[in-house]
Design a protein around this ligand. Structure first.
Ligand code: ZN
Length: 148
């Protein structure tokens, strides 16, 4: 048997759209891109509209509030350990665009109880981002979306 622990380091380029998005988070701004043809707002942003097969037309700032569209509870951690308390996450449809259609929405942790996920009462709940005091341009600059 050979035991080997790789010392691999990864470097990830966020790309044009994600870089603007992540820098926006430093300023407590959630930015998406818009397509003027189909009126879609992409959050997280995309440089191309997947509906119209053309470049998106610009940026829009969304509010850090919205409604819970989907939610899941996981009793398995990132390291595959069993958790006593579940991590709850889901998709949040953000407010703030004059356009109605925001796709697919922020996928993030939701500060709520397991019971509200189990009975699905969290779906449609109004939530607001809980921001870190110190932000570094990471999705982790938002701790979670909490019910308001
Ligand atoms: Zn489009």
């Amino acid at each position: 048997m050979i035991r080997y622990v790789p010392k691999a380091k990864y470097s990830y380029s966020a790309g044009q759209a994600q870089s603007v998005f992540l820098n926006g988070l430093k300023e407590k701004k959630i930015l998406g891109t818009v397509c003027n043809k189909c009126k879609k707002v992409y959050v997280p942003p995309k440089m191309y509209c997947e509906e119209c097969f053309k470049p998106t037309d610009g940026w829009v700032e969304l509010k850090d509030e919205g409604i819970v569209h989907t939610a899941i509870a996981s009793f398995v951690s990132w390291t595959r350990d069993r958790l006593e308390e579940p991590i709850i996450s889901g998709t949040i449809k953000l407010y703030g665009s004059e356009r109605d259609y925001v796709f697919p929405g922020m996928f993030h942790r939701i500060c709520t109880t397991y019971d509200k996920v189990r009975d699905m009462s969290i779906i449609g709940a109004k939530v607001k981002a809980v921001w870190n005091e110190k932000r570094v341009g990471s999705i982790e600059d938002i701790q979670c979306f909490k019910e308001v």
